[in-house]
Design a protein around this ligand. Structure first.
Ligand SMILES: NC(=O)c1ccc[n+]([C@@H]2O[C@H](COP(=O)([O-])OP(=O)(O)OC[C@H]3O[C@@H](n4cnc5c(N)ncnc54)[C@H](OP(=O)(O)O)[C@@H]3O)[C@@H](O)[C@H]2O)c1
Length: 250
């Protein structure tokens, strides 16, 4: 079987669960060496690394884990440093999936300042730190890929933080084109992940599925496969785009 990412190095933030985990597994199954970035779930991260490494007998592991708070620029830099040191190569692919959201879905008119600050700090500033490091360190000259995640519904501080992410992606594409590095944002619709189900009832989930033109929630494979395409050589002509992979929700 051909492995399109053999010899390529990837960093995936938010790799402990949901979209980040599914993407890390997919990239690893197609040959990439991976740094799995976690924040609080070390056990899940170690388990995933062990799963990926179990299929390899190479002296250098195929997957490593590192704890980093993406809102801390020094921690983000150390992710890139350790990746380069371990795999003896700068990264080719960076998938930034880490994020938090407001489980109470408070409106902008009533949300406490502290919640606003923490979501903007992880989602908007965190993306800034990851993108800035990636923009300077992803391998130039072809095959370099940066992927972010965002979301369509425009409510609350979560949406506000993701609007910042989308704007940064569009702006960075212009800078990165001279290095032949692509950067895109996959704006998924409601997807059946822990983040989506947190704070929702079964009825909420049912309504969300019914409201989708495809009459279902997204599943991890929908999004991971799409990220795979953008990371692949076939995805080279797509950059600076916010792509709504959400079943046709407008
Ligand atoms: N689920 C959806 O319906 C949906 C739809 C559209 C877009 N998205 C976007 O897709 C991405 C993934 O969503 P998901 O549902 O898969 O998320 P999730 O299951 O809630 O996972 C969130 C991840 O972010 C990490 N994280 C949280 N705070 C962090 C911090 N300060 N520093 C570093 N890592 C941190 C967590 O690490 P630990 O577990 O180690 O704490 C976890 O791996 C997010 O950007 C989300 O906004 C999700």
């Amino acid at each position: 079987m051909s492995l399109p990412f053999q010899g390529r190095v990837a960093i995936v933030t938010g790799a402990t669960r949901g979209i980040g985990r599914a993407t890390a597994l997919q990239l690893a199954s197609l040959g990439a060496s991976i740094t799995l970035v976690f924040y609080s779930r070390s056990v899940e991260a170690e388990r995933l690394a062990a799963e990926i490494n179990s299929s390899s007998s190479a002296s250098i592991p195929r997957a490593i884990t590192i704890r980093a708070d993406v809102s801390d620029p020094i921690a983000v830099r150390s992710v890139f440093d350790l990746t380069e040191k371990t795999f003896k190569s700068p990264p080719h692919i960076v998938v930034h999936s880490a994020a938090i959201f407001d489980r109470k879905y408070q409106s902008m008119s009533s949300i406490p300042q502290a919640i606003f600050d923490s979501i903007m700090s992880v989602n908007a500033q965190g993306a800034f730190h990851v993108f800035q490091e990636a923009a300077n360190r992803v391998v130039p000259g072809g095959g370099g890929r940066i992927i972010a995640l965002s979301y369509l519904p425009r409510h609350g501080v979560y949406a506000c933080s993701k609007a910042v992410v989308e704007a940064m992606v569009e702006s960075l594409a212009n800078v990165l084109k001279i290095k032949r590095i692509t950067i895109n944002c996959v704006a998924a619709g409601p997807a059946a992940t822990d983040m989506f189900f947190a704070g929702k009832t079964e009825e909420d989930a049912k309504v969300a599925a019914e409201n989708n033109p495809m009459e279902r929630l997204g599943v991890l494979e929908d999004i991971a496969s799409f990220i795979y395409f953008l990371c692949s050589d076939a995805g080279e002509m797509v950059s600076g785009r916010v792509i709504r992979a959400n079943g046709g929700m407008i």
